[in-house]
Write a protein that binds this ligand. Sequence first.
Ligand SMILES: *Cc1c(COP(=O)(O)O)cnc(C)c1O
Length: 242
Amino acid sequence: MMTEQEKQVLADRIQSVQERIARAAERAGRSPDDIILVAASKMNDAERVRAAIAAGIRVCGENRVQELLEKYEQNAYEGADLQFIGTLQTNKVKYLIGKVSLIQSVGSLHLGEAIAKEAAKHGVRQDILLEVNIGREAAKSGLPLEELDETIARLSEKESLRIRGLMAIPPIADETSKNLSYFNEMHQVFVDILTKKYDNVNMDYLSMGMTNDFETAIACGANMVRIGTAIFGARPYQIVSP
Ligand SMILES: *Cc1c(COP(=O)(O)O)cnc(C)c1O
């Protein structure tokens, strides 16, 4: 059970993140209301997720299917929008359809097609973001930039899908300036696709920025940020013992 004090700490952190988002938006000449805060709630149990929603969180993002299903069964997300932000295997897509409003992490044509097939089976239209491997990292998921146009063309033909934008996780850069150039490049790619006006593609969301760099991401044009640590505190595996 969370104590009242723990709930207060969580509420204060959420308020502080919301204020930082608002200031970053204003500095960029945009409205704070245009930025969507996705609370990355991995490793936080149903009670903590519910407390976050009570304190003003409107969107939750999970990155493991099993964990999402367990918390979903416990009504953790009531009152909030639920999205999927993690690595997704095609054989697990079926568990998400009907539960999540947006799958942010579609990093291959193959995965997009699997989602389209499953959504069609359920008679729904699934919103997705395409994940771009902007750091060109061999070990990272996401579409290589060179494959983006072709993937959009192919997936935009699927009636059971709707592409709503792009997502990226740049390399963990210690220097802010490094991620800044990735964020700028992502924004350029986003605008290019917007300009091409594909049928059945709505470039509504550019999802980038986490605890360490969300203000930079907003400065570069992000309108969706995914934040875990700054809201929930360090996850157990992040706490390094001396
Ligand atoms: C955990 C996670 C985040 C949030 O990371 P923090 O650094 O804790 O803010 C964002 N995006 C994805 C895909 C994640 O898995």
